[in-house]
Design a protein around this ligand. Structure first.
Ligand SMILES: [Zn+2]
Length: 417
């Protein structure tokens, strides 16, 4: 069975019956299941993201030197276009990547304006990291925080609409900084990692830039403020202007463009985090997370590694421990066996304390939550037997997990013969 066949046939049929065993096939090198977003396995059973990492690992020092020179050209262009106080905007959450972006931009002599979308659920360590940037990096910083009531409505509403309470944050960090850049006529917006490498969609030679289409399709998952206004009560257009994009006309007039630092400098989050800790006092989480072993990521939202991630597991059968382990296996920080143990330990954990906090925040009962969450389960991953949710495991067998809370009339598609 070839990679092309798997790509074109997300469902596999034999005598008109779906062959489910192919759907939860895992990469032989990392720990990703095949159905994760845009992932394909090749003839050797290796996923596209692992293959892309191999491609990046082959890049020579000479290659990166050429890229560094291109970055210098870009900084010259930004300075020549800059008419106000700032040469570039850097969207920052205060995480390790944010520090690295600012660090690089300062190293090459640009005057940045930092812009933060604040979703109101920072961990204390994350908030301190964010506040520390102005002091340690000697930069100006705009923090935008929507009304708490609006954020609560978006949290609850987006969970109901798409099973993702943090959609506002994924969208807000991509839209709001562009408004600031356009408003103040700032030519360049400097993003961090090329986020789509996770699915192996782009190679080093694609030179991916920020564009409205990828933000709409990837970060906003095809949803817009129109969907929010139609489906969430008590929101007006004026409440959500920050969630829209600047118009094409505004982009054309200012010629603002968004680039990714990951295109110009070698990207290793583990090394960046240690360097940022040493140079600027970047803090890791002081308490371990319930659902992953890494303590350096996602400190800007306490639910990101908690109930938000648990929903990904409910939907697609894998969680952040799988993401982190896959990245760490590819970079040589974990063996596949060690990564597998992380997945076995963390992926299925229900983060009860984190869930309780979120339910109180948005005024929802746990029963309502379970009922809605179950409706998002992917029937390619989960099946129902004896009142329990079952799925295939990375380590070869299948197991029963939580009790089924879904209404009886919606269960038929989860029954396997
Ligand atoms: Zn892989």
């Amino acid at each position: 069975m070839t990679g092309d066949f798997l790509l074109e046939n997300r469902y596999h049929y034999l005598n008109n019956k779906v062959i489910y065993k192919y759907l939860m096939k895992y990469c032989k090198k990392c720990v990703y299941p095949m159905i994760s977003v845009n992932l394909i396995l090749d003839d050797e059973g290796i996923c596209s993201a692992c293959r892309l990492q191999e491609e990046f690992d082959m890049l020579t020092e000479e290659f990166w030197e050429q890229r560094r020179k291109k970055f210098i050209e870009l900084t010259r262009w930004a300075k020549s276009k800059s008419t106000g106080n700032y040469d570039c905007v850097i969207p920052v959450s205060g995480g390790k990547d944010s520090y690295f972006q600012v660090h690089k931009v300062l190293e090459y002599g640009l005057k940045p304006l930092l812009v933060t979308y604040h979703g109101n659920n920072y961990l204390p360590e994350g908030q301190r990291n964010l506040d520390r940037m102005r002091e340690k990096l000697n930069v100006d910083h705009i923090v935008f925080g929507p009304s708490i009531e609006i954020l609560k409505k978006l949290n609850r509403g987006c969970f109901e609409i798409m099973g993702d309470m943090n959609w506002h944050a994924h969208a807000g960090i991509k839209t709001y900084p562009m408004h600031i850049a356009v408003k103040f006529n700032i030519p360049l917006v400097v993003w961090g990692e090329i986020t789509w490498t996770i699915s192996g969609m782009f190679s080093a030679n694609d030179f991916v830039e920020y564009n409205k289409r990828t933000v709409f399709e990837h970060d906003m998952r095809g949803f817009t403020t129109k969907d929010m206004l139609e489906r969430i009560k008590g929101l007006t257009h004026k409440d959500l202007v920050w969630l829209t994009m600047p118009s094409d006309k505004e982009f054309e007039e200012t010629q603002t463009k968004g680039i990714y630092v990951g295109n110009f400098f070698k990207w290793d989050p583990n090394i960046h985090a240690q360097e940022m800790k040493k140079n600027y006092g970047f803090e890791f989480a002081s308490q371990p997370f319930a659902r992953t072993y890494r303590t350096m990521s996602n400190l800007d939202d306490m639910h990101e590694n908690g109930i938000h991630d648990y929903l990904k597991y409910i939907k697609f059968g894998y969680g952040r421990a799988t993401d982190h382990a896959s990245k760490d296996i590819r970079s040589g920080y974990l063996t596949r066996e060690e990564g597998l143990e992380m997945v076995r330990k963390y992926d299925h954990i229900r983060p009860q304390d984190d869930l309780n906090r979120w339910l109180k925040y948005v005024r929802m009962t746990e029963e309502q939550f379970d009922h809605i969450a179950d409706s998002f389960r992917d029937h390619r991953v989960w099946w129902v037997k004896d009142g329990k949710w079952w799925k295939n495991n990375l380590w070869g067998d299948c197991s029963a997990y939580e009790d089924v809370k879904l209404e009886k009339d919606k269960i038929s598609k989860y029954i396997r013969q």
